[in-house]
Design a binder for this molecule. Structure first.
Ligand SMILES: O=C(O)CCC(=O)C(=O)O
Length: 207
């Protein structure tokens, strides 16, 4: 399922990669997946845009909840708490990361209709941990160290078939010094990307 020269055998135990990536199958149950998909079907999703000026529309659709950041200054902007249908999962993530309640402050629902890719990128620096939950169908997600001149040692690329109901954590190197991408999906897939506050930010009260 994961290829980087090594074949990993995945059961329900988390798989820890040296780069700081953690992959965990069956993070949520089939009933929870159904519950989330039902809520997502009630949301108005928007098409993502790309290019420097947002001049093209991507196939991927999304909806954002919680904290955001100022595009110009880059500062974090406090936002509303996550909606109730997500908090059961954000609290489970906080427990998994062993961080205090309320530190998962952002959630992004992504929709990938068949054939939708997500290009190589590193997430914006305003948030700390990145945690993704997959829903609906499989996807191939890839991770590679960021290189200045685009020269990659193919042996360093981690290619992971991420299953529905699984979760991954990006922290340490894979979070800050690597890029990740999603290959064009074969079937309809949703993901929810949760992000945590940087540890230097103190929350006055749990959200
Ligand atoms: O669909 C995924 O799991 C990846 C999402 C992602 O890379 C992002 O939201 O930045």
């Amino acid at each position: 399922m994961a290829r980087s020269g090594t074949q990993y055998k995945l059961f329900d135990e988390p798989v820890h990669f040296k780069s700081g990536l953690i992959y965990r199958p069956n993070f949520i149950t089939p009933d929870e997946e159904e519950f989330l998909l039902e809520f997502i079907s009630q949301q108005r999703l928007r098409h993502a845009t790309g290019g420097k000026e947002g001049e093209y529309t991507a196939q991927r659709r999304y909806k954002h909840f919680g904290w955001g950041f100022n595009d110009k200054s880059g500062e974090l902007i406090p936002g509303p708490s996550l909606p109730r249908f997500l908090t059961r999962f954000s609290h489970r993530i906080e427990k998994w990361l062993d961080i205090s309640r309320g530190r998962v402050v952002e959630a992004l629902i992504n929709e990938y209709t068949p054939g939708t890719p997500l290009g190589w990128h590193t997430d914006r620096e305003q948030f700390e941990h990145i945690i993704g939950i997959s829903l609906g169908s499989w996807a191939r997600m890839r991770f590679r160290p960021t290189q200045k001149r685009g020269e990659y040692d193919p042996k360093q690329v981690i290619s992971l078939e991420i299953e529905p109901r699984s979760a991954y954590i990006m922290q340490d190197e894979v979070r800050w010094k690597w890029q990740h991408s999603v290959a064009a999906t074969r079937a309809l897939r949703y993901s929810i990307t949760f992000r945590t506050l940087p540890s230097e930010i103190t929350l006055s009260k749990p959200s």
